[in-house]
Design a protein around this ligand. Structure first.
Ligand code: IYR
Length: 222
């Protein structure tokens, strides 16, 4: 076994308590203004912004630091069209029968349907893949740990980074989404996790009236 090596935690600076309180409150206030947006402008977004958001996601903790994720960033209109067509085919099947009534009822207040124009209109589709297992130098399978947790954490950080940059996003999960591996020619050890649609909101866009649970509902202190 390799001996672990260590470096000082040199980036850490303790903050005064009142400053921590202010920063914690302000960060909540900032993230609480994030809304999932389903209608997009076609306005382009500089690629460098997306690159930095991905670098933020790449700082996420992961099982055994294996970083079992891949972000396929799609801006090519022809690939976006292919993704839209394949996703809408699955969504049609979902909304017209595959989904149990209970599921469709749970979605009613969001006003979603099988039409997914944002998959072509938004400047970027970030297709996130989870590496189910690694591949050794000799091509053998290596085990990855806590893959869904790790990719979920990185995705959350990406969503926060996109919001912080001043853009909007939508977590989209066509189901099933195996077609994404084919369209994007990803290796078989990766499975599609979700599509993060990123861009500017369409002018005058409206979002559903929803609320978040209160602290009492989501947390208990012991
Ligand atoms: N994938 C479908 C359905 C859908 C499912 C859930 I759970 C949502 O929160 C929203 C939509 C679609 O994208 O329409």
């Amino acid at each position: 076994m390799a001996n672990p090596t260590y470096i000082p935690l040199s980036e850490y600076r303790e903050l005064p308590v009142d400053e921590m309180q202010r920063r914690a409150r302000e960060f909540h206030e900032h993230l609480a203004t994030r809304r999932t947006v389903r209608e997009y402008s076609e306005r382009p977004v500089p690629r460098e912004i997306i690159e930095h958001c991905l670098l933020t996601a790449s700082t996420a903790p992961s099982g055994a630091n294996q970083q079992p994720w891949h972000f396929a960033v799609v801006s090519d209109p022809a690939i976006k069209k292919q993704i839209r067509e394949a996703a809408e085919e699955e969504e049609r099947a979902f909304y017209r029968g595959r989904a149990p009534d209970e599921w469709l009822e749970a979605l009613e207040h969001l006003g979603t349907d099988e039409h997914k124009p944002f998959l072509e209109l938004a400047p970027y589709l970030i297709v996130i893949f989870a590496e189910n297992h690694g591949v050794g130098a000799d091509g053998s399978k290596t085990k990855n740990y806590y893959v869904s947790e790790s990719v979920g954490i990185a995705t959350g950080m990406l969503i926060a980074a996109v919001h912080n940059a001043g853009l909007v996003s939508l977590t989209h999960t066509p189901s099933p989404m195996g077609f994404l591996s084919k369209v994007l020619e990803r290796p078989s050890n990766e499975r599609p996790f979700l599509i993060l649609v990123v861009g500017y909101p369409a002018e005058g866009v409206k979002v559903p009236t929803i609320t978040k649970k209160s602290l009492d509902e989501i947390a208990s202190f012991h």
